[in-house]
Design a protein around this ligand. Structure first.
Ligand SMILES: Cc1ncc(COP(=O)(O)O)c(C=O)c1O
Length: 382
């Protein structure tokens, strides 16, 4: 049998990872500024996390949700406190797209309508409803193209109101910070307008914090910068630091009933322990404070690099914008400077998503390697 070839992989054959570094089979080390696609919240193989998972696995690794899994309760409580959403409810599932599907269903159960207002540049996942509100026609098939949805521009309050007035909208959804689009923020003012209008027309607002959440922006949730409280918040990636777990934070206005949602694996013992230990490390090691500090140092440095046109995002979800396509720069960072970094659908943007506990020294190392790579490219071209 062969793998179904859907991923254009690079040639690295990784053997192990620790902190912010990856090591390949030949013993080369790589600085990880991609974080396995915004997943590494507490760094690779954090000893506390490894110990907690090993201990849980030796006791009981899995049972389904037909039994009471007390680790889920501990996780829910801790997440409520750390995120500032103690009065919300939590539904646990396994992946970002699944969290989106469930958030949309919860909204639709309440409103009994089906049209979703999403935004240009959005990425919400690849399952049926999630991909239908993803602004990329290349990954939408006939099976998912009939979902009722519309894409608006961030900032376009007039069109938003006209959609909400129609009475057929089940949810408005935006990423806290758009990742795939190239680190694009909806803007604090527009987020405030979104919540105000959604509440006025009684339409749930979903903020997708799958990439921008869990401390990555310098706040636990990026929407905190706008001081708003959405009705539904989706989480995944950083939640398990690589162990598959995701969830939906649900306002007290929504009432659950048995059978409304469900999943075999969601919130199992191992997943809950992984997520719990991530929260414990985030708190104990003051990781969100670290994100704010290192992020602001980095932004100042990047802005001084002559080839950099702009820096978007906040904390450690950053887009470095250039006037030229960055693919060659990305590849020379990887193959000549041993730095893993992301790109975006905007070809002019390098996407930085390092582990959230990177040190100042590691950020300086990255800046040095970036400057060297840029100088080498200029030499290559001259
Ligand atoms: C903002 C956002 N939403 C949803 C998803 C989908 O998550 P998953 O790949 O876990 O299904 C992603 C994944 O990159 C994402 O960045």
């Amino acid at each position: 049998m062969n793998l179904f070839e859907v991923y254009p992989t690079c040639s690295l054959n990784l053997e192990r990872a620790y902190g912010s570094f990856l090591f390949d089979k030949r013993g080369n080390s790589y600085l990880d500024f991609y974080g396995g696609h915004a997943v590494l919240s507490i760094g690779h193989s954090h000893p506390f996390y490894v110990k907690a998972l090993k201990k849980q696995l030796s006791k009981i690794g899995f049972y389904s949700n037909v039994v009471l899994i007390t680790k889920q309760q501990e996780l829910t409580e801790k997440l409520g406190i750390l995120s500032g959403y103690e009065d919300y409810q939590l539904f646990l599932c396994n992946s970002g797209a699944e969290a989106i599907e469930n958030a949309l269903k919860i909204a639709s159960f309440q409103t009994k309508t089906k049209k979703v207002v999403a935004f240009k540049g959005a990425f919400h996942g690849r399952t049926s409803a999630a991909v239908s509100i993803t602004d990329n026609t290349k990954i939408i098939t006939a099976l998912n193209e009939n979902h009722s949805r519309i894409f608006l521009c961030h900032g376009d309050e007039k069109s938003l109101i006209s959609e909400l007035k129609g009475g057929d909208v089940c949810a408005v959804i935006t990423e806290g910070i758009q990742g795939v689009a190239g680190i694009v923020t909806p803007g604090v003012d527009f987020l405030k307008k979104l919540i105000r209008n959604c509440h006025r027309y009684k339409v749930p607002l979903i903020i997708d914090e799958i990439q921008s959440g869990y401390g990555r922006s310098g706040y636990f949730f990026s929407h905190k910068a706008a001081d708003i409280r959405p009705d539904l918040i989706t989480i995944a990636k950083g939640m398990g630091n690589g162990f598959p777990i995701a969830g939906v934070l649900i306002s007290p206005l929504f009432k659950a009933f048995y059978g409304m949602l469900g999943t075999t694996f969601g919130g199992n013992y191992l997943a809950s322990v992984a997520a719990l230990s991530v929260l414990e490390v985030i708190k104990k090691e003051e990781i969100i404070e670290n994100v704010g500090l290192i992020g602001s140092i980095a932004i100042e440095y990047f802005k001084k690099i002559p080839q950099v046109k702009n820096v978007s995002g906040s904390g450690l979800i950053l887009g470095i914008h250039f006037e030229f396509p960055v693919l060659y720069l990305k590849e020379s960072l990887l193959f000549k400077k041993n730095v893993f970094i992301g790109t975006a659908s905007n070809p002019l943007v390098l996407r930085l998503l390092p582990p959230l506990n990177i040190s100042k020294r590691e950020m300086h190392l990255f800046i040095e390697k970036l400057q060297n790579a840029l100088a080498n490219i200029e030499n290559d071209l001259s």
